[in-house]
Design a protein around this ligand. Structure first.
Ligand code: NDP
Ligand code: GDR
Length: 364
């Protein structure tokens, strides 16, 4: 029998990869999209089906994680076998600017979905995946973090995700719901939002190489992250909901890099040989060959409280889910740089031919 899934956050990076995966597996996929004044479905445009076609398998519903009545109605209409709750105000730095909205969407949003399952009597039918995060660990004081590492959130985002984590565990224990937390470490792709650091670096360097910009402004170069590929990680979300019993799993690659190393690696794939001079806010990343100053520091990008270093310990997922990431960090960064170089090239072509307006030519 065909399974039905509901993905909140389907228009985001992970939502788009997960929708592709589930459609490939024969699912009927429903997604929640927000009303926006401009099109916001670019990442799933290739999956769009004309609503007049018969046998729709990819269906979008208007909704918002802050609107409980809407969520109940959508869950009632869809009657999903699986809900993947990926929607969130997902930017850590932005959560310091919008803490209450972040709590509403990122903490109370999952509660509203869990309640929808309960109110509608779907506890025995609907399996629930919560997009938890390595940000829960904060500065844990341990070299690696596993399911056993205590949580210590360091941002409004992480504090909201902490509530979401525990309310998911609570609904599993209190009502016997099949509900899982995927504690995912950072994962990236060419579809990553432009203001997360990997994409900011690959896009910025590609635009410098294309002659569109001269430098990038960054914050803390010393923080370390365990960066995997979104396509690999979304497969784990699905696997978590296919087990005999619900559980919580860390998903990571097990290797971390600093932001500084990320810049050097992305630079190398564009033939830049980036070295560093100066200290603190005066530090500059320059190309050894040309002397061009490509990276500068803007303290606006420092966070009031930083998570210094995250590296995942994935023994449990490896053993129980057969976890093996397929795409390495180097391959992923090369893929992201190539995609951003292509977009920058398209923009150059547009500008050269008199179509200079960024909205027409950004190629995004
Ligand atoms: P994105 O920021 O790319 O996508 C977030 C999605 O949530 C978008 O579809 C966005 O809609 C939607 N959204 C935001 N606010 C609301 C709201 N109020 N109501 C409905 N939808 C909303 O995130 P990712 O794809 O990278 O991440 C997916 C999930 O996984 C998030 O919950 C994130 O916190 C979590 N996570 C991500 C990790 C990562 O490294 N990528 C690691 C660990 C956890 P719109 O397109 O309209 O903005
Ligand atoms: P993160 O990702 O906060 O780990 O959250 P992000 O890419 O924003 O930051 C990673 C690290 O890079 C440092 N940094 C900068 N970050 C940004 N965005 N912009 C900069 O200019 C910059 N310079 C340095 C940051 O300080 C940080 O240490 C992501 C999100 O996807 C979350 O939703 C998810 O839960 C976690 O990953 C796991």
């Amino acid at each position: 029998m065909k399974k039905t899934a509901l993905i909140t956050g389907v228009t985001g990076q992970d939502g788009s990869y997960l929708a592709e995966l589930l459609l490939d597996k024969g699912y009927e996929v429903h997604g929640l999209k927000r009303r926006a004044s401009l099109f916001n479905t670019e990442r799933v445009e290739h999956l769009y089906q004309d609503p007049h076609e018969k046998d729709q398998r990819f269906i979008l519903h208007y909704g918002d994680m802050t609107d409980a009545t809407n969520l109940i109605r959508v869950v009632q209409e869809v009657q999903p076998d699986e809900i993947y709750n990926l929607a969130a105000q997902s930017h850590v730095a932005v959560s310091f600017e919008t803490p209450e909205y972040t709590a509403d969407t990122t903490a109370l949003g999952p509660l509203r979905l869990l309640e929808a399952i309960r109110i509608l009597g779907l506890v025995d039918k609907t399996r629930f995946y919560q997009a938890s995060t390595s940000e829960l660990f904060g500065n844990s004081g341990t070299a690696v973090q596993s399911e056993m590492t205590p949580f210590s959130p360091r941002s409004p985002y992480a504090a909201a995700k902490l509530y979401a984590y525990w309310i998911t565990v609570n609904y599993r224990e209190a009502y016997g719901m099949y509900a899982c937390n995927g504690i995912l470490f950072n994962h990236e792709s060419p579809r990553r939002g432009e203001t997360f650091v990997t994409r900011k670096v690959t896009r910025g360097l590609a635009r410098i190489a294309a002659g569109l910009e001269s430098s990038i402004w960054l914050g803390n170069l010393d923080s370390r992250r365990d960066w995997g590929h979104a396509a690999d990680f979304t497969e784990m979300m699905w696997l978590m909901l296919q087990q005999e019993r619900p559980d919580d799993y860390v998903i990571a690659t097990g290797t971390s890099y600093s932001v500084r190393e990320l810049v050097e690696i992305a630079g190398a794939s564009l033939d830049y040989n980036i070295a560093w001079k100066g200290e603190g806010v005066e530090e500059v990343g320059f190309d050894i060959k040309t002397g061009a100053e490509l990276i500068r520091i803007d303290p606006r990008y420092y966070r009031p409280t930083e998570v210094d270093s995250l590296t995942g310990e994935v023994a449990k997922a490896r053993e129980r889910l057969g976890w093996t990431p397929k795409i390495s960090f180097m391959e992923m960064i090369a893929e992201m740089v190539a995609a951003d170089l292509e977009k920058a090239g398209a923009e150059v072509l547009c500008r050269e031919n008199g179509y200079g307006a960024p909205s027409m030519c950004r190629g995004e």
